[in-house]
Design a protein around this ligand. Structure first.
Ligand code: FES
Length: 361
């Protein structure tokens, strides 16, 4: 079975769960398995970043290897034979989850990430009842000093995805590992408030967190993920055209989320795209054209009346003051085609070259 993309590159042949497959040099076992539709659990892996190999949940067996290998970091080789599930692998993955749960709060009923938590899903899938060696939950102080990012360090599993996405994708480095062993905590330098260590409020760390340690603060205790309607759409802010999923509940936008691999932005968003959507629900938002009445007050109208008024005033101004009295400012929110039509209108209909554009909002 050929699963390597048609790139014209040299291909390798390996065996995965007994089936012969093609791959391209540099592919990891995880990449090949995902192409084949084989589900391998991952916690520290995020395709927006280099493999980290920290959580060891993606262990698989490779014939001839000294022990199980992490599928996310192991590169395939010609003639390799991989087994993705066996009694041994099931027990090892279950063991990893038990270790993680041994000091993880079991507060799923009140956790913001319930229903959207990989650890919760895997604990169920691998039939983890309780940890065999007792439960010793962390007791770090909870900080709540950021307007967009809600943080609960006790729910952190130290997968390092927030650390790496902030450092490697955003080039900032607000987060880092502090202390050792059971005392390890992901924190800001010198435990300073996030806003004082260069945070640009992009929420990339929130998008990378696989559990409930970093969550959307603005929609906290608003609505559960399974209650929302999800609509894939394009960010309206600038011309990049990032894709995201708008989560709505009873016709109200509650949250914007992204997944690695989604859109040209590959699951990445800036502060405006991720957290700047509250205007959608604003009661001040214009939903109908407004025109001034005889008293000079703005009153609701129809598009026909409003556009007639615009046309009359455009004609009057042009007669009185000429075309150079006009200037047009187009918007980055519009498509290229909209902006092209706009400058055509200004030049061809109004008769002026006074056209500009806000390159970014
Ligand atoms: Fe492979 Fe964490 S997902 S080691």
């Amino acid at each position: 079975m050929a699963v390597a993309p048609e790139t014209g590159e040299r291909t390798l042949t390996l065996t995965v769960d007994g089936q012969e497959v093609k791959a391209i040099p540099g592919d990891t076992i995880l990449t090949v398995c995902r192409r084949l539709g084989i589900d391998i659990p991952t916690l520290c892996y995020d395709e927006r970043m280099e493999p980290y190999g920290g959580c060891r949940l993606c262990l698989v067996e490779v014939e001839g290897a000294r022990g199980p290998v992490p599928a996310c970091a192991a590169v395939v080789g010609d003639g390799m034979s991989v087994t993705t599930m066996s009694d041994k692998i099931f027990k090892l993955r279950k063991f990893v989850i038990e270790l993680l749960l041994s000091n993880h709060p079991l507060d799923c009923p009140v956790c913001e990430a319930a229903g959207d938590c990989r650890l919760q899903d895997y604990a169920w899938e691998y039939e983890v009842n309780m940890t065999p060696w007792g439960w010793h939950p962390k007791d770090f102080a909870t900080r709540d000093d950021h307007p967009n990012v809600a943080r609960n360090p006790n729910r952190c599993i130290n997968c390092g995805r927030c650390v790496r996405i902030c450092r490697d994708v955003m080039g900032i480095g607000c987060w880092g590992f502090t202390n050792r062993g059971y005392e390890t905590i992901i924190d800001t330098p010198y435990n300073l408030p996030l806003e004082q260590v260069g945070c640009v409020s992009c929420g990339q760390c929130v998008s990378a967190c696989p559990v409930g340690a970093l969550t959307h603060k603005r929609s906290r205790h608003d609505v559960r993920i399974w209650q929302t309607d999800k609509t894939d759409t394009i960010c309206p802010y600038c011309g990049v055209g990032c894709e995201f999923t708008a989560q709505t509940f009873r016709d109200r936008l509650v949250r914007v989320t992204t997944e690695p691999g989604q859109g040209i932005n590959n699951g990445n968003l800036c502060v405006k795209g991720r957290f700047g959507m509250e205007f959608v629900n604003s009661p001040d938002r214009l939903t109908t054209p407004m025109v001034r009445n005889e008293d000079g007050n703005l009153v609701p109208s129809t598009w026909e009346v409003a556009l007639d008024r615009v046309e009359q005033n455009f004609k009057r101004i042009k007669e009185e003051s000429g075309a150079e009295a006009f200037a047009g400012l187009a918007s980055a929110k519009c498509t290229n085609e909209d902006n092209y039509a706009f400058q055509k209108f200004m030049r061809g209909v109004i008769g002026t070259n006074n056209v500009d554009h806000c390159a970014r909002l």
